[in-house]
Write a protein that binds this ligand. Structure first.
Ligand SMILES: [Zn+2]
Length: 308
């Protein structure tokens, strides 16, 4: 059975970009008679905003994006992560890194928006230094592929596009990639629908799962909503939150953005009817046809800022 999820970070209310992801993942799951789970990615305490979780859930509800079961909070699953950390250490090639943020810049090359760490601590002792993170030791080259429902086959050399990325912190906190793998495994997630800014993250997760002999979920990366300056809509660049009073017209706009070609009269219908139409008529082919101006390669190199 199809099990999909929407995994917002509770760092503020939903904006149009995150709504597009919610609508896309909901339609893809429901059109295949699948389950749709909501998971709040609240591991990064510094980013959490009090009350944002209920704000997000209320918005989803008012947009008729109804999830299955109870929402899952990553922060309540810490014991799960502790068990898995041992597994990751055993099965992956891991090394300690003592580089401060400043040192990481010194020992990295900027490719696109991504700092590619040179692996300095692989060849220099970290003895008597404060360990700041644990990184994966990637082989060179490190080919990885995912088959995306919209973008097709994406192949990359992770060694070049990512470098040895961080797996966990010395206090045991798993990186976004690992926590996501653990959560998806325990919820039985077999379909991941997310924005194409997370392509690099998907490739990293796919590589980790390859090494550990696990199956990858099916991926669908959605086009990215951008502001007038061409930046991805995000909380950092102050994207406006979606208004529950304008749910019908905003849903209509989201479906249009996803090239679903909703009939004009739909925008004045109630949200239940709009989403019923959207599920019934969900078409990835429509999205493929209307090619987005962001190429996979560029998206794969955009910075991942831990917001799904
Ligand atoms: Zn280092």
């Amino acid at each position: 059975m199809y099990v999909g999820r929407f995994a917002p970070t509770p760092s503020g209310p939903l904006h149009f970009g995150s709504l597009v992801t919610a609508v896309g993942s909901y339609c893809d799951a429901r059109s295949k008679k699948g389950k749709w789970v909501v998971r709040l990615d609240d591991l990064d305490q510094e980013r959490n905003v009090k009350g944002a979780d209920s704000l997000i859930l209320n918005t989803l509800d008012s947009y008729s994006l109804h999830w299955d079961g109870e929402p899952i909070y990553q922060s309540k699953q810490r014991s799960l992560y502790d068990g898995w950390r041992h597994k990751f250490v055993t099965e992956l090639d891991v090394y300690p890194c003592a580089c401060s943020r400043k040192k990481i810049r010194e020992h990295s090359a900027l490719i696109g928006d991504e700092w590619i760490y040179s692996g300095f601590c692989k060849t220099h002792t970290t003895k008597n230094k404060i360990i700041r993170s644990y990184r994966i030791n990637l082989p060179q080259p490190c080919p990885v592929s995912i088959d995306d429902a919209r973008l097709g086959l994406i192949t990359d050399d992770l060694y070049k596009s990512s470098g040895d990325f961080v797996l966990f912190r010395p206090d045991g906190t798993l990186s976004y990639h690992l926590a996501s793998i653990v959560d998806d495994y325990h919820c039985g997630i077999n379909h991941v629908v997310r924005g194409e800014d997370l392509l690099l993250s998907s490739l990293r997760q796919a590589k980790i799962k390859n090494i550990m002999g696990q199956c990858n979920p099916k991926f669908l990366h959605l086009p990215l909503a951008r502001n007038k300056e061409g930046q991805k809509l995000s909380k950092q660049n102050k994207a406006k939150s979606v208004d529950s009073n304008l749910a019908s017209s905003t849903l209509f706009d989201a479906l249009n953005f996803l090239s679903q070609e909703p009939p004009r009269e739909l925008q004045t219908e109630n949200t239940n009817d709009i989403m019923a139409w959207a599920v019934e008529n969900w078409s990835i082919r429509n999205m493929r046809r209307k090619e987005n101006n962001v190429t996979a390669g560029v998206a794969a190199r955009s910075t991942h800022n831990q917001a799904d």
